[in-house]
Design a protein around this ligand. Sequence first.
Ligand SMILES: Cc1cc2nc3c(=O)[nH]c(=O)nc-3n(C[C@H](O)[C@H](O)[C@H](O)COP(=O)(O)O)c2cc1C
Length: 153
Amino acid sequence: MRIAIVYTSITGNTEELALLLCEQFKKNVDDIFLYRIEQFPLHTLENFDAIVIGTYTWGNGDIPIEMEQIFQAIAKRERKNLVTGIFGTGDRFYPYFCGAVDRFKDVLNNSTDLAVTLKVELLPQELDLNRCMKFVNIISERVQMKHQLNVYS
Ligand SMILES: Cc1cc2nc3c(=O)[nH]c(=O)nc-3n(C[C@H](O)[C@H](O)[C@H](O)COP(=O)(O)O)c2cc1C
């Protein structure tokens, strides 16, 4: 099972969440890869059983500029076999909490097999650990189920 976590972060909140999820994935998955968006080769989207995207929210509920390219790449092409998950951090101070997660959610839902969504306020806390574990389990189980049904062969 090959899973990539691809994330962006400025002040470290989303990065912390990405690292937490990565640690959880390591318990279930042989091949887990963690990329900052700048390091992720977009053409390798097809090489993974699942892609997990992490983003903060910018402006007024907007996607950060560095995430536009992957957003467009996913929007342009249907990959219904690709299991995906979207997570992000935001701040309830803003009118549209984690708006970037919702924008990704719509496009992933249309173009891929979106399994799960996770929103965390600012820096992940101890209480969020359970939600992280659930997020990881849902994705791992979805990929496992597809392997059993041989949809990748
Ligand atoms: C200019 C600016 C605009 C923001 N707009 C939103 C927003 O619309 N919705 C939201 O939930 N959070 C918003 N945030 C909060 C960030 O998404 C939040 O602090 C996030 O955890 C930062 O992630 P990072 O530490 O990974 O960079 C905004 C922050 C800044 C500085």
